[in-house]
Write a protein that binds this ligand. Structure first.
Ligand SMILES: [Zn+2]
Length: 476
């Protein structure tokens, strides 16, 4: 029979525990020095090792291989093996979600007065303790106030704020961290090797990221991949079976946005939608990727904050060059705000496409306030964001030809860019395109053609409408 990986590879000792080292260390010290509290409260999101830690503590207190509590339980004696299976006679696991009535807690209290059957302590592990009813809490509190010395409580909860203060104050509390993707990745690799399952390494990081800080989720995703029976396990498989977006396609979409290619941006979005992804999944993937670009841009592509392979770091760093930091910040916050709208609208695709065009063509958008003041005859910023050649005169620096960036980083764009999404954080880059000294007529560039299209009043109306939509949402 197939044992799910999360059970098969559950940590057995304090030294095995992944991603919760300070807590494991503190509990080890407490056992070493004989200062074990009589009640603990373990908090944190699901799948990060609260129950595992509770069982290790229970084994340590009750291991029959030694005469006193030990921080290195044998994991072989009757007590240790029964605790591992969750059915030890003296270590009672209670699910607060299904045993939340006061009667059950009263029963617990009545049983608690009896000595443990074969071990040193009677240990109650109550999971999701916040689910207990108020009267059950009160009954429990009575036991906590005058606990017999042979009783230990270990409470676990995902919602510590719902655990009443009088219980909290009687417990030693440990807040468990989400597990870092790097730690999850390492464990996934190690398990695949032990299971002798062939895999390609570029599968591991995206899988670890999908686990969202939960080792259990990471392992259950891996279970699902293994159950396909396909080997070796690859990143393609991840996309096919677990709906993880094709990173190559997400990269392409963002590259097209960065290059201000309207048509190509829409085509890249279609490419993602045709793989079966929903609009919300695309927004999520974009937020994730833009976050990587933002980090690469501001903390460097070798930052530990990036969970990327060497190759991915290099590409992220190159792609980040197409944006400035403020634009990435704007894009991420706007995507996050629009996520809800896209989820609830009847026309998610249109909204997604409009948003993508908004990003791709951002330097052509004008501030709604400017538009209003223009329509009221008060002047305001010009509709055209691209400066006229004579209007900009930074010193030419022909040694740095950066035509793509020049499109983005013009002084004028930054002057009126609060709502454009292409804020220029630094304006040192000269705009070579506009500065050609001899003003020779040049062939019409893509961006000039695009300007002509965007000058069409009908197109402007649509774009400004979208701008107002986003601005409206921002005010919420
Ligand atoms: Zn033992």
């Amino acid at each position: 029979m197939y044992t799910v990986l999360a059970r098969k590879y559950r940590s057995q000792t304090f030294d095995d525990v992944i991603g919760q080292d300070p807590i494991a260390q503190t509990l080890k010290n407490a056992i070493k020095t004989g200062r074990v509290a009589h009640a603990y409260l373990f908090t944190g999101t699901r799948g990060i090792g609260k129950t595992t830690m509770a069982r290790i503590l229970a084994k340590s207190l009750n291991c029959l291989a030694v005469d006193a509590p030990t921080y290195e339980p044998c994991c072989k004696c009757e007590s240790c093996t029964a605790v591992n299976l969750g059915d030890d006679i003296d270590v009672i696991e209670i699910d607060g979600a299904s045993n939340n009535r006061v009667d059950e807690i009263r029963e617990l209290r009545e049983n608690a007065i009896y000595r443990p059957a074969r071990s040193r302590f009677k240990i109650y592990i109550i999971d999701e303790v916040h689910m207990l009813t108020t009267s059950a809490f009160n009954a429990l509190l009575k036991t906590l106030e005058e606990p017999p010395s042979h009783i230990k409580f270990i409470f676990a909860t995902t919602e510590p704020n719902k655990v009443i203060a009088t219980i909290q104050s009687r417990c030693q509390r440990f807040d468990f961290n989400s597990i870092r993707p790097g730690d999850i990745a390492e464990q996934l690799r190690s398990i695949l090797k032990q299971e002798k399952i062939k895999f390609e390494d570029d599968l591991i990081l995206p899988l670890a990221k999908m686990a969202n800080g939960s080792m259990r989720d990471g392992l259950s995703l891996l279970d699902r991949l293994i159950s396909t029976g396909v080997q070796p396990l690859t990143a393609d498989l991840l996309q096919q079976y677990l709906g993880c977006p094709d990173s190559e396609k997400v990269y392409n979409l963002i590259a097209q946005v960065g290059d201000s290619n309207a048509a190509e941006t829409l085509a890249a979005a279609e490419d993602l939608i045709s793989t079966g992804l929903s609009e919300v999944q695309i927004v999520d993937a974009m937020i994730d990727y833009m976050r990587d670009l933002m980090v690469a841009k501001s903390a460097g592509s070798d930052s530990e904050l990036l969970i990327l392979t060497a190759e991915q770091r290099k590409r992220a760093s190159e792609l980040a060059e197409k944006f400035d930091t403020a634009a990435l910040v704007y894009n991420i916050t706007t995507l996050e705000k629009m996520r809800w709208s896209i989820k609830t609208t009847d026309t998610p695709r249109a909204l997604l496409e409009a948003l993508l065009l908004r990003f791709a063509l951002s330097e052509h958008f004008m501030n709604v306030d400017d538009l209003l003041s223009q329509s009221q005859g008060k002047g305001g910023a010009p509709i055209k964001k691209k400066p006229a050649p004579e209007s900009v005169s930074p010193k030419p620096q022909p040694s740095e030809p950066t035509p793509t960036k020049a499109q983005i980083k013009t002084d004028e764009a930054s002057a009126s860019s609060i709502s454009t999404g292409r804020l220029s954080a630094d304006n040192q880059e000269p705009n070579n395109e506009e500065q050609t000294p001899n003003h020779e007529p040049r062939p019409q560039s893509n961006s000039q053609r695009k300007n002509e299209i965007l000058d069409d009043p009908a197109v402007k109306t649509v774009i400004l409408g979208l701008d107002a939509t986003i601005t409206g949402i921002e005010e919420d």
